[in-house]
Design a protein around this ligand. Structure first.
Ligand SMILES: C[S@@+](CC[C@H](N)C(=O)[O-])C[C@H]1O[C@@H](n2cnc3c(N)ncnc32)[C@H](O)[C@@H]1O
Length: 269
């Protein structure tokens, strides 16, 4: 019997497209928040890592050679094939972060889902992904991911609805009008609902070839992680290396496009 289509499946086809594999391959630097997380882990050579949504290998290039063991996973076979070609000697597997059956319980120390990959699964499946990330971690292990920030949605809306680049000529204006129509078509109720604490939004990513991206207010995400028994929750702005305690009141109003979340599973005993 054929598998039912889930919302994220459309994004899997997009990520499998060689054009997008090549485009993700152009980005090779760690983001400042990711570097800070890496620096906070202690000696990497003593840690086993699982890198979810590894894409074209941006994070793999930095982490794979440094870790005691490394496993990169992506649900797009084209991304995995690319990583295997580019980084021979390291392990990459096709798999869905919602069900990591082939990864044993308590088998790694650090699990990363970088660059908002988690936002491609809906809010319900996001819980499954977080549970899987926690399951495969040893006690006291570190879980990190980034996610789009609902506080940034007014900027997205303004980008598509209120700005016409008249100074850039008729082509640019026509493109802006087209994108504005596409934005309203894909997000028919969003403007009426603003401001929102969490929403699935088609924000024009990959030229609107997306089934929608999860945006969540940082304090809600922190609360959800704590509700799952995850500890020591901290946040970082995507472009800064400073950790912010998840309990700090500033978290609710962080304005950045996306936020990194870092937390730990409960220690042993
Ligand atoms: C925005 S790209 C980021 C790629 C890479 N992590 C980076 O930072 O350059 C998101 C990646 O997550 C993958 N992805 C999305 N949902 C996934 C899922 N449920 N399971 C595994 N991979 C997933 C996509 O195929 C894509 O390669």
């Amino acid at each position: 019997m054929g598998r039912m289509t889930k919302p994220g499946d459309r994004d899997r086809a997009t990520y499998d497209d060689p054009m997008f594999v090549a485009s993700y391959d152009r980005d090779r630097a760690l983001q400042p928040a990711e570097q800070a997380i890496a620096d906070s882990l202690g000696p990497l050579g003593q840690l086993d890592m699982v890198d979810l949504g590894v894409g074209a290998g941006r994070t793999a290039r930095h982490f794979a050679p440094a870790m005691r063991s490394y496993l990169g996973i992506d649900y797009a076979p084209g991304m995995v094939a690319h990583c295997r070609r580019e980084l021979p000697g390291f392990r990459f597997e096709v798999g869905d972060a919602c069900r990591l059956d082939f990864v044993a319980d308590a088998s790694c120390d650090f699990v990363l889902f970088s660059y908002n990959g988690i936002d491609h699964v809906g809010f319900e499946e996001r819980g499954q992904v977080l549970d899987e990330m926690a399951r495969i971690l040893r006690p006291g292990g570190t879980l990190a991911f980034s996610s789009h920030n609902a506080n940034f949605l007014p900027e997205i809306v303004a980008r598509f609805c209120w700005r016409l680049p008249l100074q850039d000529g008729p082509r640019a204006v026509a493109r802006a009008l087209r994108d504005s129509l596409l934005f309203r078509y894909h997000n028919p109720t969003l403007l009426r609902r603003m401001p929102v604490a969490q929403a699935v939004v088609n924000d024009g990513l990959h030229n609107f070839r997306s089934s929608g991206i999860c945006y969540i207010r940082p304090d809600l995400q922190v609360r959800e992680l704590r509700a799952r028994g995850l500890q020591d929750v901290r946040c970082l702005r995507h472009d800064q290396a400073t950790f912010i305690d998840g309990a700090d009141p500033v978290v609710a109003a962080l304005p950045n496009p996306w936020i990194y979340y870092v937390c730990r599973t409960a220690p042993a005993g």
